[in-house]
Ligand binder design. Structure first.
Ligand code: ZN
Length: 245
């Protein structure tokens, strides 16, 4: 079984592991322009929603890059077609960004097919190089996340900022599900925490609730089940976010 499909690590194990509390903190206040790259609509909020809220509040010019439209989240569903998912998930992302105080951010939709980012990795790296030019910060998924679209997006972002002044931050999403505290597969020595105020934690919780097609079943059949279970969502209600630098 693929680790993402296996039973995940309970959030109480992460909360009971003191090392997350002890990570060095990262300050986002210096960034004037930032790009946040999301393989699917919701990844920007799961992995870096608190960071988006903090940057929006301080006036950072933020662009969200939507690599795919997330049309592949429910293959086989008779409730929502792929086109229906595209429309629904775009609306959900808009409401989530509004909840984060980032209503006016630019959203660049690249339209790469969901599930096939690796096959478009070179093209994606070129697009990201253009989009990240003259930005201070490029925030992208961690290339070790074990989801193929996340890993390909992370590799493309790293290629895009190579030999540039743009700082790359990599956010994990599925890692919190499949990894264990202290896991050797995780580059803990490059991990930093972004501290979130209680208000920002609350905004992020509201934003995640906007992704109705992901956090709730579309219907009663197995193909309509929620992608983001309560156990998975529990990893994203912490008072900090973790990025690798
Ligand atoms: Zn994703």
């Amino acid at each position: 079984m693929h680790p993402i499909d296996a039973e995940g690590t309970p959030e109480r194990l992460w909360r009971g592991w003191g090392a997350l509390e002890a990570l060095p903190t990262l300050d986002l206040s210096g960034a004037a322009r930032a790009v946040v790259v999301a393989p699917h609509p919701d990844d920007e909020t799961l992995g870096f929603g608190g960071g988006i809220a903090l940057m929006a509040a301080q006036g950072t010019d933020v662009t969200i890059v939507a690599v795919t439209d997330g049309e592949g989240s429910h293959p086989g569903s008779n409730v929502l077609t792929r086109a229906g998912l595209v429309a629904a998930r775009a609306g959900e992302r808009g409401r989530a960004l509004s909840s984060l105080g980032a209503r006016g951010v630019d959203i660049e939709r690249l339209g790469i097919p969901d599930g096939q980012v690796a096959a478009h990795e070179g093209e994606l790296a070129e697009r990201l190089a253009d989009l990240c030019a003259e930005t201070d910060l490029c925030v992208a998924p961690w290339e070790g996340d074990l989801h193929p679209d996340h890993e390909a997006t992370g590799r493309a972002a790293r290629a895009a900022v190579r030999d540039r002044d743009t700082r790359l931050l990599s956010y994990p999403v599925w890692m919190w599900h499949w990894a264990r505290p202290g896991d050797d597969a995780v580059p803990w020595s490059r991990a930093y925490r972004i501290d979130l105020t209680p208000e920002v934690v609350h905004l992020k919780e509201s934003a995640l609730g906007a992704f109705v097609t992901q956090v709730s079943p579309l219907g009663g059949l197995p193909e309509d089940r929620a992608v983001l279970t309560p156990d998975m969502l529990a990893h994203f209600s912490r008072d900090h976010e973790v990025v690798f630098q």
